[in-house]
Write a protein that binds this ligand. Sequence first.
Ligand SMILES: *Cc1c(COP(=O)(O)O)cnc(C)c1O
Length: 386
Amino acid sequence: MNDFEQTIDFIRKRYNTKGFIPLHEPRFSGNEKKYLSECIDSTFVSSVGKFVDLFEKKICEYTGARYAVAAVNGTAAIHISLLLSGVKKDDEVISQPLTFIATANAISYTGANPLFIDVDLDTMGLSPNKLEIFLKEKTIKKKNNITGKFETYNKQTKKCISACIPMHTFGHPAKIDEIKDICNEYNIALIEDAAESLGSFYKEKHTGTYGLLGTLSFNGNKTITTGGGGMIITNNEKLAKLAKHLTTQAKVPHKWNYVHDFIGYNYRLTNLAAALGVAQIEQLPKFIKSKRKLAQEYISFFNSSGITFFKEPKNCESNYWLNAVLLKNRKERDLFLEKTNSKGIMTRPIWELMNRLPMFKNCQVENIDNSEFLVDRVVNIPSSVI
Ligand SMILES: *Cc1c(COP(=O)(O)O)cnc(C)c1O
């Protein structure tokens, strides 16, 4: 048997089925039905209810963030976080070319433009080295006469770089402490797209808690799901209050009056979704344990294979949300995708680079050798909790 056939064989045995094996399916083995019917019985199914508050509290406890504000999905959570960090129309926001489209889309919703800096090969997340080189060589600091604080401007476009949003790819933490130091030095707000990394820790601190704000996603394919949902986490009380205000149509609290003081958004998570979330987060430690065990088994298996398995980077504990392998080149990658999918085992290439998509083709990109290397080789393999 060759490497591909052995891989197919291994995955089939591991999931113990002759049927179709998806990439990542949800598991509802806890209190989901109980909490959902409690929620329906209470009639509080919409955006007010005890499960929303409880879910936020549980996210705080698990991640160590001081505040958590639930949102309708992860993309909305990023949108609000960008607004809260002061991103304005025509600003620039640094991100990575190798990410899910939501990161770049949310930047665009604010009227700002994304600017793409390469990832590191060992994390697949934003490279602090390349970020620093770019900021050193291609930006200048200017004092804002109103606030008295300095801001960082892109020499080429003359635009203000107001935020940076790295992403923890497939749950593997980026070198977030180094990125944070660099952002601080240039007065650039740091937001972490931790949509994929609930349960991942960098130097024993949960991902999403290093930045000014962090965002999570509970989409159907994520580590835990609410059907659709997201969360903003932060240690900043003022921002947490504003996040709640902006996600609830910016209504000024009052017993009967309908007065709004900002252009707000209808981005609040429903109580129904949160009921699912509470049941799911109760099982999170069990899910992570199972996912890390599966990753260990993949590591041992691929050790004696011509295919490279992507292991968690140094200094961190990854949730191994989606396991990933690297093929030798694009041709081998395509053969692997063809072979596995035709045998009922779902595999998927990593996302097309953001700067190659029509909407973002005119955005500034720096040297992105690593992203270009990875996009030709990385494939996700089945990762559901067993
Ligand atoms: C899932 C995901 C999001 C958010 O997606 P939603 O479906 O809106 O919850 C954002 N960024 C990344 C990198 C993701 O993987």
